[in-house]
Design a protein around this ligand. Structure first.
Ligand code: HEC
Ligand code: HEC
Length: 344
């Protein structure tokens, strides 16, 4: 049992007694896609890998992810968030755009790292071959692994702020509250006048704030329950804590959740700026400094955005402009409307 993950033995061991070693899988009905279907016509090498994957899965994963990969293992009812349902053929965290088929490498990253703040542990200590076999086996739970090809890795250019981390953080703060409005789901971390300033930098007109601008907004998800976006000063992020990991999750998004892929919308300066900024917040998580920041935001004086500029004037209808041609000679147009359109 050298491959056994020591810190997990206590969690998984009681479940194994209840479940047995995956024998129930053999009873899959024929209309359900599964390893038996996949094995038809496959080489003995593939068959051996899947057999090994099934054994390893039954040992380490079945208690949470379930015999059929449906995320309904014996322990699942006690867990929040729930274990992934592999029959969907989709995951949350990958280097491919959210919503596309993940690559084996993406599954391996999650298996090796686990997901912070959830019951999904790190399985780093399982042997390399065995992990690959588990991945091959997980992919038998949905036909999409046979039918689709994985998404293209979200390209992330080299870090442009390496020599000027402070400027990276500044850029990120501006994009976060201004251009990308990350704070429409995640909390804001700067005062209301500063949010207005950041929006103005992108010529976005601020019309107001949401009711609790300094807390997260719970959002629907495809995973059976709504999900609250993390408050970086309080909650753990699941897949990413360093800026290299953060830039990936920001660019790729989080599959099946409201967290969009930003890779195609933002420049690499902006993406990396966000990674620097979010990292700077994460470093203050659960610290006196972080709580002081939250308190300062809660205690700030009431503030209302300045009234929006007056709407652009209607251009005079052509029909009325023409008849007055006789008067046009010395007639100056009203002063005000000429300047107004520039602002918008
Ligand atoms: C103690 C319970 C538990 C065990 C045991 C467990 N997992 Fe998980 N796993 C979870 C939970 C919970 C999630 C979902 C977390 C979330 O949605 O944020 C998850 C998610 C995953 C995901 C998907 C991540 C994503 O991006 O959507 C993969 C892949 C995965 N687990 C693989 C495994 C493998 C392989 C094993 C066995 C080696 C295993 N898990 C064992 C609880 C567990
Ligand atoms: C429409 C809502 C929405 C917007 C806008 C949004 N997010 Fe998210 N974000 C979410 C949700 C929901 C999650 C939680 C996913 C989970 O935990 O399963 C999340 C998670 C994250 C995570 C944590 C990933 C992890 O590994 O746990 C980071 C980092 C993040 N968002 C950054 C950003 C940044 C930066 C922006 C702006 C560019 C942004 N988000 C905009 C909804 C949103």
């Amino acid at each position: 049992m050298t491959r056994h993950h020591p810190s997990l033995a206590w969690r998984v061991a009681p479940l194994l007694g209840l479940i047995g070693l995956g024998g129930a899988l053999a009873s899959c009905t024929t209309d359900v896609w599964g390893p038996d279907e996949l094995l038809r016509g496959s080489s003995s090498r593939e068959a051996a890998t899947l057999k090994r994957g099934r054994e390893q899965y039954s040992l380490y994963c079945v208690g949470c992810h379930g015999e059929n990969g449906d995320g309904e293992g014996q322990a699942a009812r006690f867990l929040d968030p729930k274990p992934r349902d592999f029959r969907k053929g989709r995951v949350k965290f990958a280097a491919v755009p959210a919503g596309t088929l993940p690559r084996d490498e993406d599954l391996l990253v999650t298996i090796n790292h686990g997901l912070n703040g959830t019951s999904m542990p790190s399985w780093k200590l399982i042997g390399e071959e065995d992990k690959r076999a588990i991945v091959a086996y997980i992919k038998t739970f949905s036909e999409v692994w046979q039918k689709e090809t994985p998404g293209a890795v979200v390209a992330v250019k080299p870090d442009p702020w390496r020599k000027h981390p402070e400027r990276g953080i500044e850029e990120g703060e501006k994009v976060y509250h201004g251009l990308a409005a990350c704070s429409s789901c995640h909390p804001a971390y700067v005062t209301m006048p500063t949010i207005a300033e950041h929006m103005k930098a992108y010529e976005i007109t601020l019309t107001g704030f949401r009711p609790d601008q300094y807390a997260s907004v719970e959002k629907d998800s495809d995973w059976g329950a709504p999900i609250r976006p993390p408050d970086f000063l309080i909650d753990r992020t699941k897949s990413a804590t360093t800026k290299d990991e953060l830039v990936r999750v920001i660019a790729a998004g989080v599959g099946g959740t409201a967290m969009p892929s930003w890779g195609a919308t933002l420049t690499h300066q902006q993406l990396w700026g966000l990674a620097y900024y979010v990292e700077s917040l994460i470093q203050k998580r659960d610290s006196a400094e972080g709580y002081a920041m939250k308190k300062a935001m809660a205690d700030q004086p009431a503030w209302n955005p300045p009234p929006p500029p007056p709407p652009a004037p209607e251009p005079p209808p052509a029909a009325t402009a023409a008849p007055s041609a006789s008067a046009s000679a010395g007639a100056a147009p009203p002063a005000k409307p000429l300047t107004a359109p520039k602002g918008k």
